[in-house]
Design a protein around this ligand. Structure first.
Ligand SMILES: Cc1cc2nc3c(=O)[nH]c(=O)nc-3n(C[C@H](O)[C@H](O)[C@H](O)COP(=O)(O)OP(=O)(O)OC[C@H]3O[C@@H](n4cnc5c(N)ncnc54)[C@H](O)[C@@H]3O)c2cc1C
Length: 285
């Protein structure tokens, strides 16, 4: 039987030292993705670098124009944090629809984005709030804009030896509204067929700024930039919302898999964008 090594650092510096010594190590946070991958024999682990005792990676902090979220912050921490609920309700909503309560007490924000599933629930809110991912290694810290973090299904721009230390989200100015929606086959414990987030600033009916993110309908969580262009500076009305919804359905790039066909996913996107814009428009009236 192959010998396995288990390491449990107490600080980030110690973790980075171990990661340099054992570049093949698997970083362990909540384990909710890793256990499934091990169970399905999709992953082999010879060295476990367990991050869960690193207290400096567990925090949610208000920092002037941004909120800093430690890598080990769980979905349960996010959905119950008064600060996250106030500043980033779409992130609280996204965290709330991950798995079950048991999963959410373990699943971390860093684990969610590093697994880099196109459906990753927290990716959308992080991208829409111009998030910055802080990567830590023996060489120091590196800032990765959220829009550059996801490079393909299961792939990120993290370099060898880098550990996600924290995620910084930029606060939305006064008057911005947001919404997060998820479509799935079952009511609970199911990953998304499609998900979306929308951040909008309305002046009356006028769309002063809009950001739309789509998940599970492209190789990476994506910004729907063509749809944003349709809406930017325009007065919201039923026709414009229909046009934006159709543009989103056209610009996403879904695949057909065991859960749904690509066409069905496009229909879901059209319906979600329609619902999101209508509800934000009505809420702003
Ligand atoms: C039943 C069930 C339901 C689920 N439902 C959903 C769902 O609805 N939506 C959804 O988005 N996800 C869902 N998931 C997936 C999973 O729970 C999340 O992706 C979770 O956030 C992963 O976090 P973790 O801490 O458990 O990661 P882990 O399993 O510990 O790690 C995941 C990956 O991230 C790496 N990693 C962890 N921390 C760091 C770090 N600080 N720096 C660098 N790399 C790191 C690990 O090495 C590993 O490659 C579900 C999982 C299960 C088992």
């Amino acid at each position: 039987m192959q010998e396995q090594i288990y390491l449990r650092p107490k600080s980030l510096a110690e973790a980075a030292d171990y990661y340099t010594q054992y570049p093949e190590a698997t970083l362990w946070a909540g384990g909710t993705d890793l256990v499934v991958q091990l169970e399905q024999k999709r992953r082999k682990v010879s060295v476990v670098l367990d991050l869960t005792s690193i207290a400096e990676m567990k925090f949610i902090e208000d920092d002037v124009n941004q909120v800093r979220i430690g890598a080990l912050t769980t979905m349960n921490d996010l959905e119950t944090s008064p600060l996250i609920k106030k500043e980033f309700p779409l992130l609280a909503q996204a965290a709330h629809v991950v798995g079950s309560w048991q999963v959410r007490t373990l699943a971390t924000i860093a684990g969610n984005i590093v697994t880099a599933a196109p459906s990753a629930e927290t990716a959308n809110p992080i991208i829409l709030t111009n998030g910055i991912i802080i990567a830590y290694s023996k060489n120091g810290e590196r800032e990765i804009p959220a829009g550059e973090f996801f490079t393909g299904p299961g792939k990120t721009s993290l370099l060898p030896g880098e550990i996600v230390k924290e995620i910084r989200l930029q606060k939305l100015p006064e008057g911005y509204q947001s919404i997060y929606l998820k479509e799935r086959l079952r009511r609970s414990m199911d990953i998304a067929l499609a998900n979306m987030g929308c951040v909008i600033k309305l002046d009356g009916d006028k769309c002063e700024e809009v950001r739309i993110g789509l998940g599970a309908v492209a190789p990476v969580p994506m910004r729907a930039t063509e749809t944003e262009t349709v809406l930017q500076g325009q007065n919201l009305n039923a026709d414009l919302i229909e046009k934006a919804a159709q543009t989103a359905a056209n610009e996403c790039k879904p695949i057909t898999d065991i859960r749904a066909t690509a066409d069905y996913r496009r229909d879901l996107v059209r319906s979600m964008v329609h619902r999101a814009l209508t509800s934000l428009w009505k809420a702003g009236e």
